[in-house]
Design a protein around this ligand. Sequence first.
Ligand SMILES: O=C(O)[C@H](O)[C@@H](O)[C@H](O)[C@H](O)COP(=O)(O)O
Length: 224
Amino acid sequence: MQFETYPDRELMQLQLANILAGELAETLRREGKATLAVPGGTTPGPVFDTLSGVDLDWGNVAVVLTDERWVEETSDRSNTRLLRERLLRGKAAAAHLIPMYHPGPSIPEDGVEILEAGLAPHLPISVLLLGMGADMHTASLFPGADRLEEALSATQRLILPMRAEGAGEPRVTLTAPVLRAAVRVHVMITGAEKRAAIERAASLSPEQAPIRAVLDMAVVHWAE
Ligand SMILES: O=C(O)[C@H](O)[C@@H](O)[C@H](O)[C@H](O)COP(=O)(O)O
């Protein structure tokens, strides 16, 4: 893993937005289209704010969440809602959102195949941003989750439902093969606890520390 340390969070968020924008622009120049995958949670909001104002050919960018909580978009736990409020606005309003939630089914098992069909034409991911929890989960690949082993295997599945003690509601997540097929991989973390966790992850298995599944190919961005 490549580890980048920043003097503070604001600078990290700003620089990361610029890095992601640069990589998207390069992909658009080369391929005419690009797929950006981003996490939800509390850390990426400011990156989205900056990115949404960048002048890019957003009409040819597909945006997908790395994972979603199985809640209506009206919920403040909805990552889709976060995306709509913080990323898919301004210049980035022209981007195409690939759903990671399907209203109607009350459990993710009943909606996941529709989501996979929507995602498939937009793979591989060109630019992937991931977050990480102090328990070393990334996307919704949680240690001890019910379908973690399947999601970490060489599965053909693109998206899997996931339930875990630390996850709250049921979730859906991109599987490890989808994450690992991304052309560029960035992990953004803050604070001493997560820094210690990601350093510890390097010597653990992906079952113990799911972030390990992408660590060998990731640039990790950290600020206190
Ligand atoms: O929906 C989510 O919760 C995520 O996508 C998840 O993988 C997140 O990136 C980490 O839990 C870190 O979350 P924070 O940024 O809130 O610490």
